[in-house]
Structure formats: C-alpha cells, structure tokens
Design a protein around this ligand. Structure first.
Ligand code: NAP
Ligand code: GDD
Length: 338
C-alpha cells in the first residue's frame, strides 16, 4: 500500500486530496498543528481514515519525525498562510511558513529519504503584475504581495533541491481554485455565503467588497488536486501550470452568483462609488469599501495549462458557471439546514 504525507490537510485542497488518495487505496498521513481546541477542519469527515501527526512546517525537527513515522512515498506540502491580504499584516510569519517551511520539508526529505516524491503548492500569485498573457511555465514572475514573494522563494528552492540533490520535487503553479470548502475570507466564498444569508435569513446588509475589476482564472479544487497527484506519478519531476484558461472579474463572479440565487444584479457608478443593485427592486446588494483594497493588486490572471494537458493528460471537469452554482447552492443548503 502506498503512503502519502500531506501538510495543510485541514485546508480546502488537503481535504479533496485526502479523498482522492484514500479512494486510490493510499494510507494517508496528515501533518496538523496542535490547537487548544481539537479541530480537523475540512477533514473532520475523514478523521477516522487519516493518521494525524502533530507538526509545523516551521519546525524542521517535527518534519523529520513526521517523515520517520509515516515513511511516505509521496509528500504534498500544502501548508501555508494562504490569504494574500493577511500577508501584509504578517509578512514575517508568512515568509517563515510559505518560504522557509518549504526548505524545511526539502531538507527533511533529503536527510530522511531522498527517494520521496515531493509536491510544492506554488501559485499564480507569483506572476503578480503579469509580464505576458496568458501565463505559462516560461512566463517571468513579478510577485505583488509578501505572500507571492514568499511563495516564489518556495518555488525556486524546490527547483534548487531538484537540481542540487536530484530530489523528485515538483512545483505546481496553480491558479485560483475554489469550492464549497473555500475559506470564508476569500472573495468567492465571501460572496456566496453572503447571498445565502440574504436568501435564507432575509439579511439586508449589502456585501462590502474591494476591487471589483480584479480578474481571476477560477477552477474547482477537486479538479486541481488531481493534477498534484499526477505530477508525482510521472517518470521525471517537473513544474506545471494548472488553470482553466478563462478569466472573470470579481464583478462577473458576483453577477453569476446572484443569478444562481434567482436575482439579477445591475452595477452602477464607478470606483469607490460603485454599487450593485437588485434590478427588480433597486435594493443595494453590493457596496465597494476601500478597506478591502490591497496595497498592491494583482489585476489579471489567466493561465495556460497546455503543458499539463499534454504531459499529465490533466483536464478540468468543472467549469466556471458550475463552480459558482455549486458554491451558491451549498451555502444556501448549509444555512437552511443550520
Ligand atoms: P487553506 O484552506 O488556507 O489551507 C492551508 C492549510 O495550511 C491549513 O490546513 C493550515 O492548517 C495549514 N497551515 C498553515 N500554517 C501551517 C504551518 N505553519 N504548519 C503546518 N500547517 C500549516 O489553503 P488551500 O486553499 O487549501 O491551499 C493549499 C495550498 O495551495 C496553500 O499552500 C496555498 O497557498 C496554495 N495555493 C492555493 C490556491 C487556491 O486558489 N486555493 C492557489 C494556488 C496555491 P490550520 O488548520 O492549522 O490553519
Ligand atoms: N478576499 C477578498 N475580499 N478579495 C476581494 C474582495 C474582498 O472583499 N473584494 C475584491 N477582492 C479581490 C482581491 O483584491 C483579489 O484581486 C481578488 O478579489 C481575489 O482575492 P482572494 O479571493 O482573496 O484570492 P487571491 O487571488 O488574492 O488569492 C488566492 O489565489 C491565489 C492564486 O492566485 C489564494 O487562494 C492564494 O492562496 C492563491 O495562491
């Protein structure tokens, strides 16, 4: 039986990846941080099928012990301070986790078992102020946040350990991927969850958002974790862009999400004065609040995943409209059943 160790297992991707690997007969180990109140996050429903090991990617000793205990064939490093906006508030801890944490894992693997196949969760945020459209594996990087800068270090140290020590280390440059399990602070889930409050609970509070013009290449996490696994099954380690190849603005996402709830929204005004109103009733549903602007913004992301499609035979199955619908329906059902 193959064994996998996943850091960041309690997060969105960790949960879908655990389901995928368990369905393929893997023995799954999860690195979790000790908390005052026990909390398995998104893998609560799998807690009896996963072997949990306490550890932290900022603690090399804990990673060495976790590797010795789990003896994995594959390691997926999904652990991160993953909220870009928070990286301006905590730039140093973001760097310790998202940058140095990767070196800790690579170094632990080098010392304990250099045959392990390693996946690093890199990101389209590394493209930041994009230098080409669309972005692929050859596009130069220009990160725009402490998060993006730290992730770029993680990306290059993964390549460096591959080239220096011959480790089987892959970096997946994943574009935004969301799901019914997305954290509530990310813009997609913030919108779908607020719509559910409006529809189910009659909440009249408009959703306050920042930059409605930002464009993202959004896919579903369930599709994207398949690509992570495929990378580690190849004969040779490499880096791959994983994306849908479509881009939509935050405004478009909001429009589509309200439509899924049976509401047509119309946008009026611009910049800080822009509002989204219910076309039928005139009620204000969205307001811009500059509090949600970022010190430096990534205005446009759109990825070219043709290398992954060709080499990994990876294809996404869930398109943009289906993704939005799944998220809205899920949030409405969650509140109805609460
Ligand atoms: P997420 O839901 O925020 O999950 C992050 C996970 O990292 C959580 O399990 C968290 O554990 C864990 N973690 C944080 N700091 C840690 C530390 N010091 N040691 C050990 N674990 C730690 O993120 P996600 O959306 O699943 O993303 C997974 C990975 O892919 C992240 O590295 C993210 O940066 C990257 N990524 C995500 C996207 C996307 O659009 N989702 C795109 C590109 C790349 P706790 O439960 O203890 O907080
Ligand atoms: N979170 C948030 N909240 N974002 C807002 C809001 C708001 O109220 N209003 C507008 N936005 C804009 C942000 O300025 C950004 O341009 C866009 O919506 C998406 O923001 P997030 O959903 O927070 O995601 P992200 O693109 O910054 O980062 C996500 O994707 C990266 C891959 O490109 C995260 O999952 C990262 O971990 C990941 O690496």
């Amino acid at each position: 039986m193959k064994r996998a160790l996943i850091s960041g297992i309690t997060g969105q991707d960790g949960s879908y990846l655990s389901e995928l690997l368990l369905s393929e007969g893997y023995e799954v180990y999860g690195l979790i941080r000790r908390k005052a109140k026990e909390d398995f996050g998104n893998v609560e429903h799998l807690k009896n099928q996963i072997h949990f090991i306490y550890g932290d990617v900022t603690d090399l000793a804990s990673l060495i012990l976790a590797l010795r205990e789990s003896n994995p064939d594959e390691v997926y490093n999904l652990a991160a301070q993953s909220f870009v906006k928070a990286s301006w508030d905590s730039p140093l801890s973001t760097a310790e986790i998202n940058a140095l944490g990767v070196t800790n894992f690579l170094e632990a693997i080098r010392q304990v078992n250099p045959k392990i196949h390693f996946y690093q969760a890199s990101t389209s945020e590394m493209f930041g102020k994009v230098q080409a459209i669309p972005q692929n594996e050859k596009t130069p990087f220009y990160p725009r946040s402490p998060y993006g800068v730290a992730k770029l270090y993680g990306h290059w140290i993964t390549i460096n350990y591959r080239e220096s020590y011959g480790l089987f280390a892959c970096s997946g440059i994943l574009f935004n991927h969301e799901s019914e399990r997305r954290g509530l602070e990310f813009v997609t889930r913030k919108i779908t969850h607020a719509i559910a409050r409006m529809v189910v609970q009659g909440d009249k509070t408009p959703i306050e958002l920042g930059n409605l013009n930002a464009k993202r290449d959004w896919g579903h996490s369930k599709d994207y974790v398949k690509a992570m696994h495929l990378m580690l099954l190849q004969a040779k380690p490499d880096d791959y862009v994983i994306a849908s190849g479509e881009t939509h603005s935050v405004r478009e996402f909001a429009y589509e999400a309200f439509k899924c709830a049976g509401i047509e929204i119309e946008f009026k005004g611009d910049n800080e004065n822009e509002i989204g109103v219910n076309k039928a009733t005139g009620e204000i549903l969205i307001k811009v609040n500059p509090k949600f602007y970022r010190p430096a913004e990534v205005e446009l992301l759109i990825g070219d995943a043709s290398k992954a499609e060709k080499v990994l035979h990876w294809q996404r199955e869930i398109d943009f409209k289906t993704l939005v619908k799944l998220m809205v329906e899920n949030d409405i059902n969650l509140l109805k059943n609460a």
